[in-house]
Write a protein that binds this ligand. Sequence first.
Ligand code: ARG
Length: 401
Amino acid sequence: MDTPKKTLVSLFSKGLSRAFSQIPKEADTVLIDITKSTQEKFGHYQFNSAMRLAKPLGKSPRLIAEEIVHHLEKDHVIESFEIAGPGFINITLTSEYLSSIVDLIAKKGCQPDQKRHQKIVIDFSSPNIAKELHVGHLRSTIIGDCLARLFEFQGYDVVRLNHIGDWGTQFGMLIAYMKEHVPDAFEEPKGYFLSDLMGWYKAAKAKFDEDSKFKTTSQLEVGKLQGGDPSSLKAWKAIVDISKQSYEEIYKLLDIRIEERPESFYNPFLNDVVDTLQKKGIAIESEGALCIFLDGFIGREGEPLPLIIRKSDGAFNYATTDLAAIRHRVDVERADRIIYVTDAGQASHFKMIFQAAEKAGWLDKTKTRVDHVPFGLVLGPDGKKFKTRSGETEKLIDLIH
Ligand code: ARG
């Protein structure tokens, strides 16, 4: 399909030779000067050549304009003409024609010059179970989705991953509390909402801090969960399901497509990750915890800052999972590029993960590009971290509504 200008030039060329047979055919396209209108009220385009034709044709420009208009085919393209001033022809295009042009641009207009054969993993949104998405997750969700759309448009194979925080010691406390107070939630999770979970979490936390018996039960619960005890797993599953309902509501509202690849997905790989790092001498014990010491990470007092991959209580953490995840994304997913979209506060976490993965031989930066895409805090009008009036973290769903 030709551009509007090219189409108009061809229509005017035909009209001109029909109106004035004495004009040599080769000359007519040269004579056709069509430009965009200078003002919207004059229409979309204008024909400027009538003045130039006055001398060779021995007629007034307005008369020439009238003759041309009389001989023009509108051809679904032109809605109306208007002869203006000394002999301009203002042209208004039909909406039908304009929409077909827009449609074409949307479908084909800016096609990438070549098809890319690379795979890009984008880790974004990634909220934490049993917590509401907060305004910061909006940034990760939107930035991640924009990146995914841009790369998809360019023809890359994009894998959109939701690294949901669905595993960790905090679940022990919540499960222990729910087993005591709302055991039916495990059977019928559908009747409960994330707001209920948040309430139970608060109550559980308070109880944990003051009731030593409950504290022990909670800790035992973590062990049971990690050991795969069926009743604990069922409880955990209910918590995940309740939380996910509310994420899905948000993704639907924002039109976000994303694949769940939660932290728990990497559980089966964690032991091997840790063993390998230990065998290679990359991870060493320090004050009971298993740590990786990396170049350039120094604390305030000049002490080396460790990347902890197993806490002194034996639990794996955020870093352990991220190491398993990067290994999986390179080895199994075969990503050519991995992008993480989180708040800037996690910048050094990712620097450490990338460096540790390189040290372990799981990441070769000449083959796989890794990027952390950081964003800043969402600030309130007072320039401080955005909170609700009562000082609570703003829930994303309330903000969207
Ligand atoms: N759950 C984290 C948060 O809410 C984000 C996870 C980002 N992805 C990752 N692979 N660490 O901040």
